[in-house]
Design a protein. Sequence first.
Lengths: 219, 983
Amino acid sequence: MKDTDIKRLLYTHLLCIFSIILSVFIPSLCLENFSLLETHLTWLCTCSGFVTAVNLVLYLVVKPNASSKRSSLSHKVTRFLKCCIYFLMSCFSFHVIFVLYGAPLIELALETFLFAVILSTFTTVPCLCLLGPNLKAWLRVFSRNGVTSIWENSLQITTISSFVGAWLGALPIPLDWERPWQVWPISCTLGATFGYVAGLVISPLWIYWNRKQLTYKNN
Amino acid sequence: MRLGAGTFAACCVAIEVLGIAVFLRGFFPAPVRSSAGTEHGAEPPAPEPSAGASSNWTTLPPPLFGKVVIVLIDALRDDFVFGSKGVKFMPYTTYLVEKGASHSFVAEAKPPTVTMPRIKALMTGSLPGFVDVLRNLNSPALLEDSVIRQAKAAGKRIIFYGDETWVKLFPKHFVEYDGTTSFFVSDYTEVDNNVTRHLDKVLKRGDWDMLILHYLGLDHIGHVSGPSSPLIGRKLSEMDSVLMKIHTSLLSKEREVALPSLLVLCGDHGMSETGSHGASSMEEVNTPLILISSAFERKPGDVRHPTRVQQTDVAATLAIALGLPIPKDSVGSLLFPVVEGKPMREQLRFLHLNTVQLSKLLQENVPSYEKDPGFEQFKMSERLHGNWIRLYLEEKQSEVLLNLGSKVLRQYLDALKTLSLSLSTQVAQYDMYSMMVGTVVVLEVLTLLLLSVPQALHRKAELEVPLSSPGFSLLFYLVILVLSAVHVIVCTSAESSCYFCGLSWLAAGGVMVLASALLCVIVSVLTNVLVGGKPRRKNPVHPSSRWSELDLLILLGTVGHVLSLGASSFVEEEHQTWYFLVNTLCLALSQETYRNYFLGDDSEPQCGLHVEQGLDGVATAWQGGPGCDVLERGKGHGSPPPSEVLHGSEKWMVLASPWLILACCRLLRSLNQTGVQWAHRPDLGHWLTSSDHKAELSVLAAVSLLVVFVLVQRGCSPVSKAALALGLLGVYCYRAAIGSVRFPWQQDSKDISKGITEARFVYVFVLGILFTGTKDLLKAQVVPADFRIKTVGLWEIHSGLVLLAALLFRPHNLPVLAFSLLIQTLMTKFIWRPLRHDAAEVTVMHYWFGQAFFYFQGNSNNIATVDISAGFVGLDTYVEIPAVFLTAFGTYAGPLLWASHLVHFLSSETHSSSALSHACFCYAMICSIPVSTYIVLVTSLRYHLFIWSVFSPKLLYEGMHLLITAAVCVFFTAMDQTRLTQS
């Protein structure tokens, strides 16, 4: 039971990683002059679109929490709208946090916002897919000993590693190497991406390693 | 011996200050200075040496040149003249260099390659070190002996056009001047036209002896668009035409006067490939130096490889050229080609004067000067010179005389070279032995502090200092013996001068005793830990459960900050590190508040607050480490669920306060842009200080002072409340008097005074409030168990410091003070009190905020940002001790105010008796970790390219910070002591 779950988790995560890799290569086939650093904003958009799409597809296919009993259409629509609102809200609050951290207020606003979008894609979108627009569940997952399944556990790990990646990504900005990737917000977005990928890789392994100790209340 | 943790920490920091002082003394060698003050006037010049027969030439030789014109082009790199660019854009100069009557050299500038030290080097011939920067904080005017000063004393008329720095360095020295500012870097035509427009008139007049022109345009182009910009070529052509104009004019004038004139073309520093300067790359260091005069021989052929000389040689050469005494502190040697055409007797005379001056300087600065090879050569050549004079006076056999003369000459030139070299290395060499001694002491103290963490942060906050264990005395004597042996060996074999060897035996012995005692204490503590540590480990009480995310952040932040000090960019941009850490701290705090209030309660939280959450996976990795007890809760008693304590609006305040603090920090951050990379960005501070926005600045200052009053008065007694109000009013009056803000009824302030009365009025209140505070503290000492009086006393001391800071801060910085008080209030009320952080955490948070506020004030790790004007507030003239004290307080106001708030907070909020000692210990430790690591880093990076421009200023800041920390720790301990005697 558990091993198959972990396997499924691993495959879904591999798909996510694959989508990120695709987001680097597919635009370079379609668009001219596409490069990760120079047309960074385009990449940000495609990457966030790919990851969101893959997450949605996986949510519809794998259905990790088969708890939606009431499935009327109106309920689904309101749920979807709520998710969209939550996503936008998370984008804006990330933007605010970045500005508080010292991002320029007026110039580069688009860049900052797209960074907020991609960080939301890595963190909020999986949360919305897995937990739905249910803040209580979010709080439960992100507090100690609150996870109830390996899906939530992996969600916790990927989210935190994305945040930590973005946080660490800010460190090289003051260095005087004058590299193109040190420009705001490229190092942070790359950091967030690497953090997300690392989380995706680590979480199945970590769960597999600790599968003996992990006991979930509801399972 | 049992010691309280606070006392122990204070002692440790005091010893560390000693160690750092020894280290600094070794790292920054004292500059080579003549002990004879410049005020003493001219000493008689050294007479010509003579053996037996008396020579009557005791006066200074007459000047060689009638007029001297110095054309200094800022950032003129050697290849701009001697390279392909010179050939292309400076044809006239190239012609002069190749075929004209000129001597050309490549003059090497010593770092820091920025304009002011370079002007000093050119005119005084000395090497301004870092210590000079500090020494000259009081006045911008140059106090040392210089060519300009000598020329003025000799009654020469000097005219100057160009960079304003000169006018500041040599006030009242020029009969005529026009200073241009180098402030607008983007302007590179106007700034030079302002110099050139005077030329025609001045060259025609001819009623001057010395003309100095300093062109800034080239440097500005370099800063804006780099050395390969097409603008450079145009500027060089312009400079070439200026040079041609001056030269032809000088030549045409020369027929009327007896003496020829001298034209000097030089650069103050070079320009790196990116167009900046300040460091020590070849491009920045090499500058051309061309001396042009009809007195020189025309040389055939082309000179593509000019001789390398030192920039400091210019001063000695100019002095000789003008017939002036050589500046006393000059370490340069005469550029011999200048005097080559003179008779042998005069040549020898010039060289003799220069060697006498250098050897005098050597005698005064090097204790073992007699062993110096240069000095020996000097003595020998002086003797030979004497013989030569005797021969010369007796008979005039030209053949023998010439041969002997050229031998003496060679001897002199060798002596000059050696002397000059050994004097310059005196400045440039690190005194490794002193540095090592300092480092050893500091590292021992740090190890001791780290080892005693478990004991010191234990509930009792006491520790055993094992001073009389049995193995102790033997080890102690052994170590002392070894150290003295090392000392003797090092000092007898040392080639260069060494500060620590120069100390008296008693002082050096004291330091060695201290070092070995510390070593023995460390060894015995270590054995205690190893032997006694095992039984305690048998009952681990799940250490991971005690490690909150906050503790982890604090640990990682400290380690990260310390590691970042090894990179020059991180040192330059250290403010970013602190802002980043403080922001993350606020987010972690907000996460903690949310967790405390929202678990099981589904009100509406905001998303994206989970930044540091769930790091417990990492925290488990730390379990069992030696520092398990680091953040042991001091209070121990179980806390009631906080949500029961607070209700309604207060709860919302608790949740919102981290965000409010974040917003405050963001505002403050945009007030002063500091650092290097983003320092040019527009900030609120510049906007406010520009004269168009005086009204806004006035309103802002008034509002900030009002906020300060409202926030501070609540803890004071009525008397000090009144004093505070009057004092803050006085602050505003002071700022109005010196013209930086204005009253609403005042339309156009014309009467700008120094505001002495107003400032002294405020000082009276500062002293009054501090006095009341001290009185209350003493009263609390006498009247037992009156807890409130002591709290009030501490708060009054805090408010006295706030008032002093309000007086010293520039008006646009007053919001920093207001916000710091606001953040302190918010944190106390809504975060530390409800969340019950322990003393250690609160201390570290205070320290972090103090550091962040240090940079919010506009400080940076560059000496230039120290606000010296604070030292002149309320003082008529420069008085050293109060000025230094006020400047230090003004600079470190942020950390000091947070520290004094910490004392008040801990003694009023917590009732645990050990909180203050814990705090003192933590404060000492968290301050000494960066310092100790930094000196090790600096020692290993001492040949780094940026050692002078980046790392050394930071080292001075760190040293000063440690001194301040020591003062804070002593204050802590004193407060702790009063508490102990009370109970």
